[in-house]
Design a protein around this ligand. Sequence first.
Ligand code: MN
Length: 435
Amino acid sequence: MKKIITTHKSADFDAFSSAVAASLIYEDSELVFPNTMNPNVRAFYSIHKDIFDGIKPSEIDVNEVEKLIVVDTGSWRRIEPEFKKLSNKENLKIHIWDHHQPGDIYGDFEKREYVGATVSLFMEEFKKRNLKITPIQATLFLLGLYEDTGNLTFSSTRAKDAAAAEYLLSNGADLSVLSNFLRTVYGEKQKEVLFEMLQEESTDLIEKSGHKIGIHIKDIEGHVGNLSVVINMYREIMNVDAAFGIFTDRERDRTFIIGRSSLEDINVGEIMRSLGGGGHPGAGSAMLRGINVDEIKERLLYFIDGNTSSSVKISDLMSYPVTTVDQTVPMKEVRDILVEKGCTGLPVVNDKKLVGVISRRDFRKVKKSKQMDAPVKAFMSDKPIFIEPDKTPMEAAKIMVRFDIGRLPVVKNGEIIGIVSRSDTMRYFYDLLPD
Ligand SMILES: [Mn+2]
């Protein structure tokens, strides 16, 4: 019996995370992601594809579907047109998990409650069943919860949502990952700080290898949240590639440094680690005792300068040796190697030179069993995408997003010397790289 899980088009984090959550409850079901996802969800998915893998609607034979589990919507027009056929299929079992008003999909089972996020309904169920989840799963579910409830601040938020947040945080959800994917709140207080920063004109603009970097020193009073949002807006308005704010709180005798960068060679996370803080390549912060801003600025400049050479390269992250297959190896042998190695794809070589890539998906092209004797050359994709060892993890991640692939061969002078996977780059972004 074919069972599928899906959610609404232009999936947001609540939709996406609810679908993933459903797959942990309906274990024998296939997870079918909609063709369209919001940009921040797509960015998250492409980095975490190895963990949260699903298939596309076009890969499903709708006629075979006997059970449909639909989450975060209850309307046929909200899900992909490929499923439209199911709307008049007899004996189709339907389960709905949703927090919206009922639509025109009628479920045999409906879990509908007007909570802040659909994913909260799943978390309640997980708790009941004592289901074990990993920190990465918890992080994704919390993304769904926070996005749909505005970090539990929207008036739609219910106690159940807060209970779900408690459950997810105690299961290791990583808040530092969240800020990379959520559009954060920009309120009055932030607007005020930004306005003053633009008025003061005390920005120090510096040039570094053709890039513009802005550094701004400012006094703040009391607690101002979300200064990283302010810095990001500031970076955009000032039209600089990287921006740093040095905020001094004279009353408490301390200084916050917050940075945002769109440049690969200005790794904010590393700079902030050098200052005793932390973060990720694009954003980070540090808190220092004392308010000697001139000295702090000098240290910051020193790390901005010295950081380039120490940044992590693909060659630090890649795995090797790489299992490859020669282009003449028959498909059935390739299948055996894939099963034995437990991997989803393999680079194909001709005398050590990379000529293609074969993945599990390519086996869908095999229609007759005789074709399994054909050489892999016939079924591989012959325009292999690869990366050079001196490139950065950010560049690898960008290529993976752009071409929707999970493993990148690392090639030096035409020869394959390693492979870097989504999980490798992900680990880097998660700060798990050993120092
Ligand atoms: Mn929702």
